[in-house]
Design a protein around this ligand. Structure first.
Ligand SMILES: *[C@@H]1O[C@H](CO)[C@@H](O)[C@H](O)[C@H]1NC(C)=O
Ligand SMILES: *[C@@H]1O[C@H](CO)[C@@H](O)[C@H](O)[C@H]1NC(C)=O
Ligand SMILES: *[C@@H]1O[C@H](CO)[C@@H](O)[C@H](O)[C@H]1NC(C)=O
Length: 250
C-alpha cells in the first residue's frame, strides 16, 4: 500500500457514493480501475531515473524546455494554498506567497502520466491533512523513507522568494528559485470560450537561484489557486486552495 493505492481506495469510495469524478481529459474512475489491476506488481515509491516527458505542448505559447544536460529528478504533486492580500476593499488582491505539501509522484509520472495529469483537479478537493495522513500512514508500510511519501514543502522564504525543500523524504535536494517562463493554464482558453471563470494558476518554469541538486522546476497541470478578481468584501489575507504537478530537473 502507498499513497496512490490509498487514493485509489479513497476515490472509489467517493465516486461510489457521489457523482462520478469526471474531468476534462476523461473518466478518472475508469483510469484508476485500470491502474488498479497493476498495483500489486508496480513500484509506486522511491522511483529514480524517471523516464517521462514534460507535457509542454499543452500551453500556447509553450514554456521553454529544460536546459540541455539536465535530467528529471523528481515529480511531485503539490497541494496547498496560493496566498493573496487585500489592503482595502476597493483594491485588487496582491500575490503574497504560497504554501504546499509535496507528495512523491515520480513512479506515477513514469508509468501512468495520463492518470497523474488527471489527479490535480481531484486532489484540490481533498484536504492537505487528509492527504498527509494517507501518505504517512500508507507510505510507512512500503518505504523506510522518514516522511513516508511526503517529499517536501514549497513556500516563500522571508525575502518573498519561492523555496522548494525536498529533504523530508531522504533526498538532499532543495532550491530557491525565480520564474523565467509563464503560460496560461490550458483551462483558461476553455474558460474564455465559454465565458466561464478562470480558476487555474499559470504554468511556470523556474530556475534555481541557490540550492543543492536542483536547477529547474516546472509547475504544470495546475488546478485552482487564482485570486478573486476584486477585494470587495475581503480585507486582509486570502488563501486559495490549489494543486499542481511540479517537475524538478538537476
Ligand atoms: C500562506 O497561507 C498558509 C495557509 O495555507 C499560511 O500557513 C502561510 O503562512 C501563508 N504564507 C504567506 C507567505 O502568506
Ligand atoms: C471539487 O469541488 C467543487 C466544488 O465543491 C466541484 O464543483 C468540483 O466538481 C469538484 N471537483 C472534482 C474533481 O471532484
Ligand atoms: C530506494 O532506492 C535506492 C536506490 O535505488 C535503494 O538503495 C533503496 O534501498 C531504496 N529504498 C527503499 C525504501 O526502497
Amino acid at each position: 500500500m502507498d499513497l496512490f493505492k490509498a487514493l485509489l481506495a479513497f476515490f472509489l469510495l467517493v465516486t461510489a457514493h457521489g457523482s462520478p469524478v469526471t474531468i476534462k481529459r476523461g473518466d478518472l474512475t475508469r483510469n484508476l480501475l485500470e491502474i488498479g489491476k497493476d498495483l500489486d506488481t508496480m513500484q509506486l515509491g522511491n522511483c529514480t531515473g524517471i523516464k517521462a516527458t514534460l507535457p509542454l505542448s499543452e500551453t500556447k505559447p509553450e514554456l521553454p524546455p529544460p536546459s540541455s544536460g539536465l535530467s528529471l529528478k523528481h515529480v511531485v504533486l503539490g497541494r496547498g494554498t496560493q496566498n493573496y492580500t487585500c489592503s482595502e476593499k476597493s483594491a485588487e488582491p496582491v500575490a503574497k506567497g504560497a504554501l504546499a505539501t509535496l507528495f512523491d509522484a515520480s513512479c506515477l509520472a513514469g508509468s501512468y502520466p495520463e492518470l497523474l495529469h488527471q489527479l490535480t483537479p481531484a486532489l484540490r478537493n481533498v484536504s492537505v491533512d487528509t492527504l498527509s495522513f494517507l501518505s504517512v500512514l500508507t507510505g510507512r508500510i512500503v518505504s523506510s523513507k522518514s516522511g513516508g511519501l511526503i517529499e517536501g514543502k514549497h513556500y516563500f522564504n522571508c525575502d518573498g522568494v519561492p523555496f522548494f525543500d525536498l529533504r523530508f523524504g531522504g533526498s538532499k535536494d532543495w532550491m530557491t528559485a525565480e520564474v523565467v517562463g509563464k503560460a496560461s493554464a490550458p483551462s483558461k482558453a476553455l474558460a474564455s470560450q465559454s465565458n466561464g471563470a478562470d480558476h487555474d494558476v499559470d504554468w511556470l518554469k523556474l530556475v534555481s537561484k541557490d540550492g543543492s541538486g536542483l536547477k529547474e522546476v516546472y509547475r504544470i497541470h495546475t488546478s485552482g489557486g487564482v485570486a478573486p478578481t476584486a477585494c470587495e468584501d475581503q480585507k486582509g489575507d486570502i488563501q486559495v486552495e490549489y494543486a499542481a504537478e511540479y517537475w524538478f530537473y538537476g
